[in-house]
Design a binder for this molecule. Structure first.
Ligand code: NDP
Ligand code: 8X3
Length: 251
C-alpha cells in the first residue's frame, strides 16, 4: 500500500532532499513551505509522483488548520509527519541579540512543530499507526557561543519527542528525533540574513553533511519494521566533534 509523507519545509535543504528520496521510493507526498513557487517547481520535478502541495506558515495556527481541512481525499491519512521546518537567526551573544529573532525561532521551531503535531497526532492514534519524525539538532544537546535560543528550541524538540513517546505508549505510533550537526543547505544563508559570504565561510574547508545524508537517515528510520522505534539519531560530519570546554584566563 502506498504510504504518505507530509514534509514541513520542503522548499529547501533537508525537506527537499526527503521529498526527492521518498518520491523515488514510491511514497505519496504532501509538500509544504511558504515559498509556493518552489513547491510548484518541485511538484513538476517529481512527476509522476503523487504530490500535493500546500503553501503556508507553520507559525500560523489558523493556516495549519486550513491546510489540514483542505487536504484532498487520498492525502488525508498521513503515515509520516516530518517536522522539519525551522531556522536559526543570528549568532549574537544573549546579551546583545535581537529579541525579535528569538521570538521567530520560538514561533517556528517550537510552536510550528506543536501546531503540526497536535493537528495530525489524533488521526495517527485513532488509526493506531503513524510516525512523527522531528528534526532536532546537535545544538539541542551541545551548547556553543551564540547558540542560545536556537539550541534551546532544539532542546525543546528533543524532550518533546521523548514525552510524545510516553503519551502514545501502546498506540503503535512511533516518534523519532533526528539531531544533525553541520550540514550545508540554506540554513546559514538564513541565519546570516542572506549574507552569502558569511554563510559560505561556515562550510569553508570542511566536508559537511548534505541534505541527502539526512534524507537517507529519515528514510531508514521510517522504513524499520513497525515494532522498531528509533528514539533518536545524533549525526555529525566526521570533521566535526566537540570543542574543548572554554576557560577565561586573566590577562
Ligand atoms: P533550509 O533553510 O535549507 O530549509 C528550511 C526549511 O524550513 C525551508 O524549506 C523553509 O521554507 C522552511 N521554513 C522556515 N520557516 C518556516 C515557516 N515559518 N513556515 C513554513 N516553513 C518554514 O535549512 P535546513 O534544511 O538545513 O533545515 C531544516 C531543519 O533542520 C531545520 O529545523 C533546522 O533547524 C534543522 N537543522 C539544520 C542543520 C544544518 O546544519 N543545516 C543541522 C541541524 C538541524 P520556506 O522558507 O519556503 O517557508
Ligand atoms: C544546526 C547545526 O551546529 O549550526 O542545527 O547549530 S548548528
Amino acid at each position: 500500500m502506498t504510504r504518505t509523507l507530509l514534509v514541513t519545509g520542503a522548499t529547501s535543504g533537508f525537506g527537499r532532499a526527503c521529498a526527492e528520496l521518498f518520491a523515488a521510493r514510491g511514497w505519496r507526498l504532501v509538500l509544504t513551505g511558504r515559498r509556493g513557487d518552489r513547491l510548484a517547481e518541485l511538484q513538476r520535478q517529481l512527476a509522476p509522483a503523487e504530490v500535493y502541495t500546500a503553501s503556508f506558515d507553520v507559525r500560523r495556527r489558523d493556516e495549519v488548520e486550513a491546510m489540514y481541512a483542505a487536504l484532498p481525499e487520498g492525502f488525508r491519512d498521513i503515515d509520516v509527519l516530518l517536522n522539519n521546518a525551522g531556522l536559526a537567526l543570528g549568532l549574537a551573544a544573549a546579551h546583545e541579540t535581537d529579541l525579535d529573532q528569538w521570538e521567530t525561532m520560538v514561533d517556528t521551531n517550537i510552536k510550528g512543530l506543536l501546531y503540526m503535531t497536535r493537528r495530525f497526532l489524533p488521526d495517527m492514534v485513532r488509526r493506531r499507526c503513524g510516525h512523527i519524525v522531528n528534526i532536532g539538532s546537535v545544538a539541542g544537546s551541545w551548547p556553543y557561543p551564540g547558540g542560545n535560543t536556537y539550541g534551546a528550541t532544539k532542546a525543546f524538540v528533543q524532550q518533546f519527542s521523548r514525552n510524545l513517546r510516553a503519551d502514545v505508549h501502546g498506540t503503535g505510533v512511533r516518534v523519532t528525533n533526528i539531531e544533525p550537526g553541520l550540514a550545508e543547505s540554506e540554513f546559514s544563508l538564513v541565519r546570516f540574513d542572506g549574507d552569502s559570504d558569511k554563510a559560505a565561510k561556515v562550510y569553508e574547508g570542511t566536508e559537511p553533511l548534505t541534505p541527502a545524508d539526512i534524507a537517507e537517515i529519515v528514510l531508514w528510520t521510517v522504513e524499520r519494521p513497525a515494532h522498531v522505534n528509533i528514539n533518536c539519531v545524533e549525526v555529525m560530519p566526521t570533521c566535526q566533534s566537540w570543542a574543548s570546554l572554554a576557560v577565561a584566563r586573566k590577562s
